[in-house]
Design a protein around this ligand. Structure first.
Ligand code: RIB
Ligand code: CA
Length: 324
């Protein structure tokens, strides 16, 4: 087997961030060398606590968690606790981890890791505040970065925070813009165009509990609040799980397709936080992003269930024929 790919997951756990962490920790292709937490779905300290809860559940408290920025670069901080619950895990209120504590200074962890280690990739599934701060502080080290994947933005799909803006880039538009305009690497934009198609339905949740009562029960407990939110505001039965697709795509690029283009982010006015992709090349700027537009939902779910629940892929595909 090829050498494991080293990744840092920058996140704001967060219900779907939790599923992204579970997938990454269950994937033999990946070595998670650290988790950095940013203010987003919940305040940073709560997000860090949740990252530790997930690591404990997965038996991986050996992986370090770092607290990052507690406010966006310029905007006032607005959480998504209406969607993820006050505790960020769907009001599941799992007990705090006591065996270890999160460390401070995610920004310096990012910089020092990129300075001292080659072939490290970053999968960012929250607002880009930590990344922007690290980039502002030391752009040079980001030339060592292997790949950068960002769950965020939207090319043609409507927003989830305004008619046009997706939460991660809306929460800190200045950070998002700074990263898109300064990162010396292409940004793989895993936006709402593809993530909206990844729905954890009641049938799939039922299948998870059949496969593994404990893991299925954990996911059911943290998604109940999210289900209610989705029905109330989006008339969706189930819940859109955005973040794990960023991890799955990093592992297998064939899950999604898209195109290279120049993307930036609006930082003011009624469309604040909107990602703007110049697909028709009006501005004649070098492409800085690979924007995803299509996804194979069944193959994503097959990977997630195979990795996290250990079920045989062929068996999973047979069942998904019934329920997807
Ligand atoms: O818009 C969806 C994104 O915002 C996801 O990453 C979710 O966890 C929130 O951070
Ligand atoms: Ca997130």
């Amino acid at each position: 087997m090829n050498a494991k790919r080293k990744i840092i997951i920058d996140c704001d756990p967060g219900i779907d961030d939790t599923l992204a962490l579970m997938l990454a920790l269950s994937s033999p292709e990946l070595e998670v060398i650290g988790i950095t937490v940013v203010c987003g779905n919940v305040p940073t300290d709560i997000g860090a606590e949740n990252a530790l809860k997930v690591l404990k559940f997965m038996g991986r408290l050996d992986i370090p968690v770092y607290c990052g920025e507690e406010a966006p670069l310029k905007r006032d901080y607005i959480s998504a606790q209406d969607t993820h619950g006050m505790d960020g895990l769907g009001e599941s209120n799992y007990p705090a981890v006591t065996e270890t504590r999160a460390k401070k200074d995610a920004v310096n962890f990012l910089i020092n890791t990129l300075k001292t280690q080659k072939n490290v990739s970053i999968i960012a599934v929250g607002p880009l505040t930590n990344i922007a701060k690290a980039l502002q502080k030391n752009r040079e080290v980001f030339k060592n970065l292997d790949e950068f994947i960002s769950m965020g933005g939207s090319f043609k799909s409507h927003g989830n925070c305004s008619p046009v803006a997706e939460y991660n880039y809306w929460c800190d538009p200045d950070a998002a813009r700074y990263v898109y305009e300064n990162l010396p690497k292409k940004i793989h934009m895993v936006g709402l165009d593809v993530t909206r198609k990844i729905v954890l339905t009641p049938n799939i949740l039922e299948y998870m509990q059949i496969l593994d009562k404990e893991k299925g029960g954990f996911i059911k407990k943290i998604t109940r609040f999210y289900y209610d939110f989705h029905w109330k505001y989006e008339r969706v039965i189930g819940c859109v799980i955005n973040d794990p697709l960023a991890v799955a795509y990093f592992i297998n690029r064939e899950l999604c397709s898209g195109f290279d283009s120049y993307t930036t982010v609006e930082t003011e006015g009624i469309s604040i936080g909107q990602s703007v992709t110049d697909s028709m090349d009006f501005w004649k700027k070098e492409p800085n992003s690979h924007v995803l537009t299509e996804v194979n939902q069944k193959e994503f779910m097959t990977m997630f269930l195979n990795r996290v629940f250990g079920e045989d892929e062929q068996e999973i595909r047979k069942i998904l024929l019934q329920i997807m």
